[in-house]
Design a protein around this ligand. Structure first.
Ligand SMILES: [Zn+2]
Length: 285
């Protein structure tokens, strides 16, 4: 029987260092696959995680409609390097580390945008992708909520100090990180999933709601409107013009990077305004 009642299949990987380990925190991964159903069964199974040659395992793999248990929760799985594996419960999910936040959330604004796959090819993000990713995030939030509840963990993102302590088997009250946090803070592994755009705080917030018995609610209205963005953008352009940064200095690496970020920022009005405000502060400063 799976450890989580949300798991509908057991495809236990032979790649692990045994069972019986106390677990102090969770690690979120992505498996670098497109959105959609059947990835959990496919990548959790003999095609990938159950193939001993791949020497990889985590506790769960999720996609848009299924949770598969691929390692026991008390097992030392092999997903996030020597400093995390012993004390972590790890979850893989469909998606790419190159996804933007909107692409991870399955936000309507992401439809028609593009993403780059590890082989360098570019794909267009479809309405079906958005539906699949929104469903996956909700399913994953239920799994995070379930694991946290059974282990007495908080549904929070760990600080660097908490992660270091938890990896040494210290009870920090539980919590979650991404694989890239393990790479950056503990080392011993070099992956950068779930990625810079990964909405881990949203995942935690939703898991908290689930454990409080709150149903999904529509997102609160974005308090920043288009007029606010226009006003900030005008101030930025005005400043750029006064500093004669159009068009020559726009190719200054810092300015170019920031400007490009503004132009391609695929998120909410609040995020756009924040990015514009950062550009403005850089120019003024
Ligand atoms: Zn990973």
């Amino acid at each position: 029987m799976p450890d989580s009642s949300l798991a509908t299949a057991e495809l236990i990987s032979p790649s692990n260092s045994g069972r019986g380990y106390n677990k102090t925190f969770g690690v979120i991964h992505d498996i670098e696959s497109p959105p959609g159903p059947e990835w959990a069964e496919s990548l959790g199974g003999p095609n990938y995680m159950q193939n001993p040659a791949n020497k990889v395992s985590v506790q769960y793999v999720t996609d848009s409609d299924t949770v598969v248990q691929t390692g026991w929760e008390d097992a030392w799985c092999w997903g996030a390097g020597p400093y995390a594996n012993k004390r972590a419960i790890q979850i893989e999910q469909a998606g790419y580390a190159s996804f933007t936040e909107a692409q991870w959330l399955g936000d309507a604004s992401a439809v028609g945008s593009t993403y780059v796959r590890p082989d360098g090819t570019t794909r267009t993000y479809t309405a079906q992708d958005a539906a699949d990713m929104a469903a996956q995030l909700e399913l994953l939030a239920h799994l995070v909520a379930d694991i946290s509840k059974r282990h007495g963990w908080r549904t929070v993102v760990l600080t660097a100090d908490e992660l270091r302590a938890a990896s040494n088997n210290t009870d920090v009250g539980g919590g979650w990180v991404e694989h890239r946090d393990v790479s950056n803070i503990l080392g011993g592994t070099g992956h950068h999933d779930a990625g810079e755009g990964y909405p881990i705080q949203r995942l935690m917030d939703r898991a908290t709601q689930i454990n409080q018995g709150i149903s999904p609610t529509p997102l609160p209205e974005d308090p920043v409107n288009q007029q606010d963005i226009d006003n900030i953008a005008d101030a930025v352009v005005d400043k750029l013009t006064k500093k004669k940064m159009f068009p020559t200095n726009i190719y200054n690496p810092t300015t170019k990077k920031e400007t490009f970020s503004v132009l391609s920022w695929p998120d909410t009005n609040r995020a756009k305004a924040t990015m514009l405000a950062r550009v403005y502060r850089k120019l003024v400063g």
